[in-house]
Design a protein around this ligand. Structure first.
Ligand code: OAD
Length: 255
């Protein structure tokens, strides 16, 4: 075991309350593409054409086509050892809150798998960027589980709200949109209460999510980071573990 891993394990063991901030990197080993860096979605696609309210107003069919593809991709993926290690840790005793920027639902699936017939709720994530497997009405904001299939053959075929006939859209936060204020407040509250923040697989460049760990620091807590590479938060981390989350988290969080 490396010295950094021993130090990080000690910090975890001593923590009274933990918050986790996860990003796309934690799902990379499940086969979900990240956004930035090698193979990242924003290398091949332009966010302003796919993940903005303006893009949806201009060409809802194209936006739906892209999200239908991502939904299918995510549905074919399963939680990896990193998601499961976090879920088991959150269920095991130390009060832990998992804040995620991911919309892929893999933390939820890991929580359900780790809890078995028990209660998964201590390991369920606070999803600050929404959830790809949910729809939202762009008229009345009503949320519904994602339709099993979206017909993207023409703009007329796209799904509409059963209540108000407004256009349905995936319930994810797009560039230029505000996050749900209650969800963000919840994330910052748990970060403020924690004495250890574990930052996993995020480039830490998209705010306000990237500021969540700062709430723990402001309260006198410490950061432990797990990433393949250094990030803007690395300078403020007590320990940075460089490597894949699916390998490092089980070692870090094993009792
Ligand atoms: P990014 O794609 O920006 O960053 C992924 C991070 O994960 C990078 O720092 C990688 O080094 C790291 N990484 C990759 N594979 C890893 C692995 N196996 N183990 C550990 N780390 C790994 O993803 P996010 O930071 O999540 O927003 O991006 C933030 C937001 O930007 C997303 O939520 C999305 C995007 O635009 C919205 O859709 C609103």
């Amino acid at each position: 075991m490396t010295q950094e891993m021993s130090r990080a394990r000690r910090l975890v063991a001593e923590a009274g309350r933990v918050v986790v901030l996860s990003g796309a990197g934690i799902s990379a080993e499940s086969g979900v593409p990240t956004f930035r860096g090698e193979g990242g979605l924003w290398r091949s696609y332009r966010p302003e054409e796919l993940a903005t309210p303006e893009a949806f107003a201009r060409d809802p069919r194209l936006v739906w086509e892209w999200y239908a593809w991502r939904r299918e991709l995510v549905a074919s993926c399963i939680p990896n050892a990193g998601h499961l290690a976090l879920a088991r840790f959150a269920l095991a005793g130390t009060p832990t809150a998992i804040v995620t920027q991911n919309v892929d639902g893999l933390h939820t699936r890991a929580a359900e798998e780790a809890a078995g017939t028990g209660d998964p709720s201590p390991a369920l994530p606070i999803e600050v960027h929404g959830a790809i497997h949910r729809d939202k009405c762009s008229g009345c904001d009503a949320r519904t589980p994602a339709l099993p299939e979206v017909d993207v053959s023409s703009p007329q075929a796209l799904p509409r709200c059963a209540e108000c006939e407004g256009m349905l859209r995936p319930d994810v936060v797009w560039f230029g949109e505000a996050l749900e204020s209650e969800v963000v407040a919840h994330a910052f509250r748990v970060a403020h209460e924690a004495d250890l923040c574990l930052v996993v697989g995020t480039s830490a460049v998209v705010h306000p999510a990237a500021s969540v760990p700062l709430a723990t620091l402001q309260n006198g807590g410490t950061l432990v980071e797990v990433n393949l590479e250094r990030t803007p938060l690395t300078g403020q981390a007590e320990v940075t573990l460089l490597g894949p989350a699916g390998e490092l988290l089980p070692e870090l969080l094993a009792g």
